[in-house]
Design a protein around this ligand. Structure first.
Ligand code: SF4
Ligand code: SF4
Length: 164
């Protein structure tokens, strides 16, 4: 996976991706969730996250209290020690990882806490979610990080005949 090439592609398409998001937010097409979910499956048929890991390398998920309890138990640590070692409160009052790449990402792109990873990690990149129109603006930002989201946006443009 050539992440530089992906980033360049995503930046070149940022304007049209924003336009797509605004158009779909206005139109709220009834079949948006179904079409997006199909494109999500297509994207992950082609893309292997283990060749990428760009989300784990470049952004932090929100880590909830439930996540902290679960991960701390798995690592046999006190939740307060986990927080101190790995997390800080961001401007919005959410815990996020102190460092990027994520401290749990291995050099082989495997997540060392995969079975107990934060819920936000398990749900990323959200392109199979219901009421996807609510996530369109966030997803525009995600096109610059996640090649699968770029793939979904290109497919949506084609499907809804919105100029690329
Ligand atoms: S979810 Fe997207 S950014 Fe994260 S590893 Fe998979 S393809 Fe890459
Ligand atoms: S916890 Fe795992 S899945 Fe989540 S960002 Fe870190 S390495 Fe990636």
């Amino acid at each position: 996976m050539d992440l530089n090439k992906h980033k360049q592609f995503a930046l070149e398409h940022l304007k049209s991706n924003k336009k797509l998001a605004q158009t779909l937010i206005k139109r709220k097409p009834k079949d948006l969730d179904r079409i997006t979910a199909d494109l999500h499956v297509d994207a992950f048929d082609e893309i292997d996250c283990l060749d990428c890991a760009n989300c784990c390398k470049s952004i932090s998920p929100i880590v909830t209290d439930k996540d902290i309890q679960r991960i701390a138990k798995h690592l046999r640590k006190k939740p307060s020690d986990l927080v101190e070692e790995y997390l800080y409160l961001d401007n919005e009052g959410d815990y996020v990882f102190k460092s990027q790449p994520c401290p749990f990402l291995g050099s082989d792109n495997y997540c060392s806490i995969y079975s107990v990873r934060p819920k936000a990690c398990a749900e990323y990149p959200h392109t199979d979610r219901q009421k996807f129109y609510q996530l369109l603006n966030l997803s525009v930002k995600n096109t610059t990080i996640c090649p699968a989201v770029s793939h979904v946006f290109e497919g949506l443009k084609e499907n809804y005949n919105i100029k690329k």
